[in-house]
Design a protein around this ligand. Sequence first.
Ligand code: BGC
Length: 356
Amino acid sequence: MSSITSKPFGTTEDGKPIRLYTFTNAAGMSADVSDLGGVIVALRTPDRDGAFADITLGYETAEPYLRKGPYFGALIGRFANRLEGAAFELNGAEYALAKNDGDNTLHGGREGFDKKLWDAEIVEAPNGAGQALRLTYVSPDGEEGYPGTLRATVTYSLTDDNELVLDYEAVTDRDTIVNLTNHAYFNLAGHAAGDIGGHVLTIDADKFTPVNAACVPTGEIREVDGTPFDFRKPTPIGPGLAKTDDEQIRNGGGYDHNFVLNVGGEKLEKFAEVYEPTTGRVMEAFTTKPGVQFYSGNFLNGSEIGKGGAAYGKRSGLCLETQYFPNSMKHKNFPSPILRPGETYKHTTSYKFSAR
Ligand code: BGC
């Protein structure tokens, strides 16, 4: 069973105290999570010799998380990833959003859920894992252009099997859209270990959603068979990244694509595994969501200085962001992200760490 301690982690621009919560389980794994954006600041997991290292990219203090950045470890909302033209139509009305990524909107707009100070409460974990951290953010009607007051709750827990579990819930008082995720960047060799090309990835997906040059899904759902997007068997990431003759690798600047999961639905099921051969660390990922954005950290360029002074270079971390598909208000063949009053958006995603 894990227990949680907390300490101050800086202040917001309007002077509110930010805290850092540290989970420790019986196996010695620990995780630091902040009430600022629900950011996973650190995750310490064992390698095959039992040596612990911090395997998630992040900053030492709260201040850089308040700036525009690569969303290290943060909760993303109301809408993860891109909506084309920074607008959507719902019930015949057009809603205009912030253009914060060319002509499109990305990760909730100018000030998404990653920049909000969430209300924090230590509760009993829903899965018997001891203490859990429940974060709540109430997004007012019209915030960032989205209709309806959205009450979002994300509960973090850590089991003795080294599984970090994120339970998401949201309710609304008007028809709206919602797509929440966490944007952790993992490097299983250690957060400062550099290029992730040697990581071996498996994703249980027969299909993915191709993107245009602005990284927005075109609406096509394409088979992964015979493409660099076939991760149905354990496959190192580097060789696919090198396939710059592939239009999709070019459009994404590497991997920056939504995979259509073969699993996902009512039951929490395994959809991916990442293995790092030099340390033996393994991350298994489970979800109830229909898609995952596999992002290979293509836009990192060494300008973000993180924990211990690490300069995070291009492709020094990878993200597996579980989600509804990006641009899913344009394409009716994608699962619908619409949430109506009386319904509950309810999803779970977890990451389980081991070594071999
Ligand atoms: C997107 C990338 C984007 C990154 C932001 C990912 O979810 O797919 O295109 O650059 O987030 O850091």
